[in-house]
Design a protein around this ligand. Structure first.
Ligand SMILES: [Zn+2]
Length: 404
């Protein structure tokens, strides 16, 4: 395929098969309908070093109604509150400043800026979360960010001192347009800050289940540098932060703005050299992913062969990738527990395993629990142990399958 960033021919290195959209949980009334499935395949571009999906699923099917509300997670609440505070202090934001957040979700980050008197406006395509933000006092334009939206903001509030886009850059193939319009929206010395999941963390932690259709791009700093410079912007600082299993917070300015570049940029680029720019890295990763799939399927088959009952815990989007790729269905997993009431009563995309509340654990007392939200494994094991009997064991699927 042709690289979405630089136009070069890319090399495919990992296929996770045809999978349904990871967040399209199925209601009971829709169980008889055929779900759309799209190829889930990663490819690497030797020219700009970006990793991307070969296939783009229709955005309107993925982002119009989002079940994920940032503020419901304690971890994210702390993350974005601290984020706003750090940025406001470092760049002296105050009541004369304007902050625009692209993909503003329920307005959590902007609320943090408001504490410093900063004027704010959010842009959010999912109408349900945009509404939550509005009700909470964060003015929000319910749309995808484009030139019309940028012009509307400039007209009503002037140019922005800071524009943020968190977990947006991986999610859309319109990043060139976004940057072009951010350039127009920003004051000459304005800053653009993005957070994206960090490719190197995914490679090191073997978190291949972070691959799903909503995540179109997988970035290293090397790839981001190429992309921004190609679009009249430059990176002047980078931080490695913990969200989403490891992310980059990247500080960008207009090329002509000319701030001093922080040493963090050269440091990280140095670490990435020879790793993220080589197809060998990705072929090795793919081989390990196929190997892990085989191991997990073998473990589950053996347990079922011995008449054991298995439940799942956690129904995040990545569970759809794991279950689809490994071909694990209702014949293996009886039900999946999720703490979010929004998901309970629905069925997993593709496999149609029912998603239920935690009370089912006490009722059914499964022999094994496959932890699909493995990033919360410790917390889940602790909580489950209080409910199920001591005989229940846990299976953690990544970085490689193990029984605990
Ligand atoms: Zn490229």
């Amino acid at each position: 395929m042709e690289c979405r960033i630089c136009g070069s021919e890319t090399e495919s290195f990992l296929s996770l098969g045809e999978t349904p959209l990871a967040n399209s949980y199925v209601a009971v009334a829709d169980l008889g309908r055929t779900e759309p499935e799209f190829p889930l395949e990663l490819s690497f571009c030797q020219t700009c070093s970006v990793v991307q999906l070969t296939h783009t699923a229709p955005p309107e099917m993925m982002f119009k109604h989002y079940l994920y509300v940032t503020s419901t997670s304690n971890t994210f609440r702390q993350h974005f509150t601290k984020y706003a505070e750090d940025v406001a202090k470092e760049f002296n934001l105050n009541e004369n400043s304007l902050a625009v957040d692209i993909g503003s979700n329920d307005g959590l980050l902007l609320k943090g800026f408001q504490k410093f008197g900063v004027k704010t406006i959010g842009v959010e395509p999912a109408s349900n979360v945009a509404k939550i933000a509005e009700e909470d006092g964060v003015e929000t334009i319910n749309a995808f960010f484009n030139w019309n939206v940028a012009a509307q903001i400039i007209d009503s509030k002037g140019q922005a001192d800071v524009v943020t886009a968190n977990n947006v850059f991986a999610h859309t193939d319109t990043i060139k347009d976004i940057v072009k319009n951010v350039r127009k929206l920003l004051k000459d010395d304005g800053i653009f800050i993005i957070e994206v999941a960090y490719l190197v963390d995914m490679l090191e932690q073997m978190t291949f289940d972070a691959v799903y259709h909503e995540h179109l791009f997988y970035y290293s700093l090397t790839a981001l540098k190429y992309f921004f410079e190609d679009n009249g912007m430059s990176i002047f600082k980078v931080q490695h932060v913990s969200s989403h299993g490891g992310s980059l917070r990247v500080f960008v300015e207009k090329q002509e703005s000319g701030r001093q570049v922080d040493s963090s940029v050269a440091e990280m680029l140095g670490k990435e050299k020879g790793l993220v720019d080589s197809i060998r890295t990705y072929k090795k990763f793919a081989a390990e992913v196929y190997d892990n799939k085989e191991k997990l399927v073998k473990v589950l088959k053996e347990l079922k062969g011995h008449g054991k009952s298995i439940a799942g815990y956690g129904a995040p989007a990545k569970a759809t990738t794991l279950l689809s790729f490994c071909g694990i269905g209702k014949e293996v997993i009886d039900f999946i527990v999720d703490d979010s009431p929004l998901k309970q009563g629905l069925f997993m995309p593709g496999s149609h395993i029912p998603v239920v509340g935690p009370e089912m654990l006490e009722k059914k007392r499964p022999d094994y629990i496959l932890i699909l939200a493995w990033n919360f494994a410790d917390e889940i094991m602790k909580r489950c142990s209080e409910v199920v009997s001591g005989k229940t064991k846990f299976i953690v699927p990544v970085p490689e399958p193990r029984i605990m």
